[in-house]
Design a protein around this ligand. Structure first.
Ligand SMILES: Cc1ncc(C[n+]2csc(CCOP(=O)(O)OP(=O)(O)O)c2C)c(N)n1
Ligand code: SF4
Ligand SMILES: [Mg+2]
Length: 311
């Protein structure tokens, strides 16, 4: 399926009046996701910037039915809601196309606080889409580290830089052998739209993770959200891929980078204007830190290229 920007609907599901920061990656992503899903959808959110941005009742900046749920229940709530809809269709109390049930959850909610329930829903193959917008921290509560915070990044709970590696939850989801899993980026909106439309057309558990550079947390210029997203992909710090029932395909430009048909941007180009890495850029050991991060990127790319060769 090839998607053009003119295929995007003019209808907005994030309305003016959102309390999100200007240039917020979660909000940009949700606008695109809303356009790909359309109005026949029900959204569930765990505590996050996306919830903090809604506005005060009775006002809401989201024009889809939206449920605020607690962290641990993301998997069970969306799965239960979807099953309840199935029951209503079975009894003939609902007619027409089943609404797309989807979670809109941050990395804190996905990688850490709700992981068990999300894994259980994936294993049961519950019929909904779990979106993780990954801004690599607990942003709305003051930028604490999460399981998605990368090595050496400063957060308020890793003031000297994170000393351990991030998890790879999309890869964990791939190994659940669910019907569909994908990673996406704001810098490649057509790829994101296509993946959402594909997930919508598939029954069962779908997982889409969107990289979400967050300028207040990462400390870069607010106008550079999309530029930072692009640098992450071109440097190999964020990989674009999709998988069906455990069968993995790399998407461009990640596929070109993996085949050596496109040159990787140095990681320094990606991290040099992020304040969360300023301590590395000023360090007398800058060269060895950069070499370590380059090594990490190349290892990740090689691993995923190898995994794509497996059935
Ligand atoms: C069980 C539980 N633990 C902690 C909190 C406090 N809390 C609210 S939002 C949040 C962080 C959410 O991080 P993430 O899911 O990444 O969303 P973001 O803020 O980055 O948008 C935390 C820890 C809570 N509401 N419930
Ligand atoms: S802190 Fe980051 S994710 Fe949260 S509203 Fe602001 S830009 Fe968006
Ligand atoms: Mg987060």
């Amino acid at each position: 399926m090839s998607v053009k920007i003119k295929d995007f609907s003019d209808v907005e599901y994030v309305l003016p009046g959102s309390a999100a920061c200007a240039g917020c990656p979660s909000t940009i992503a949700l606008r695109i996701v809303g356009k790909a899903l359309g109005e026949n959808a029900i959204m569930l959110m765990t505590p996050s910037c996306a919830v903090a941005s809604i506005g005060l009742l009775p006002k809401s900046c989201y024009s889809l039915p939206t449920l605020n749920i607690c962290f641990a229940s993301a998997g069970a709530s969306a799965g239960g809601l979807s099953l309840a809809l199935d029951a209503l269709y079975e009894k003939g109390r609902l007619k027409g196309e089943k609404p797309t049930v989807f979670n809109w959850v941050g990395d804190g909610g996905t990688y850490d606080i709700g992981l068990q329930g999300i894994s259980a829903a994936a294993e049961r193959n519950d019929d909904f889409i779990h979106f993780c917008y990954n801004n690599e921290a607990y942003s709305n509560t003051g930028v604490q580290r999460s399981g998605a915070t990368p090595l050496h990044a400063i957060t308020t709970t890793t003031p000297l830089g994170k000393e351990v590696h991030r998890k790879n939850v999309p890869l964990l989801m791939l190994e659940h052998r669910i019907p569909y899993v994908a990673t996406a980026s704001l810098a490649y909106p057509m790829d994101l739209y296509r993946k959402v439309a594909k997930a919508k057309s598939i029954k069962g558990f779908k997982y889409i993770e969107i990289h979400a550079p967050c300028y207040p947390g990462w400390k870069f210029a607010s106008s550079d959200t999309v530029k930072m997203s692009r640098l992450a992909v071109k440097s190999g710090a964020w990989l674009l891929w999709e998988g069906e029932y455990g069968r993995l395909t790399l998407n461009n430009p990640t596929s070109l980078l993996a085949k050596g048909k496109m040159e990787l941007l140095p990681v320094e180009e990606y991290i040099k204007s992020q304040g969360r890495y300023a301590h590395l850029m000023k360090s007398p050991d800058k060269k060895s830190y950069l070499a370590e991060l380059e090594e990490e990127v190349k290892r990740g790319l090689k691993f995923m290229a190898g995994r794509a060769e497996l059935i």
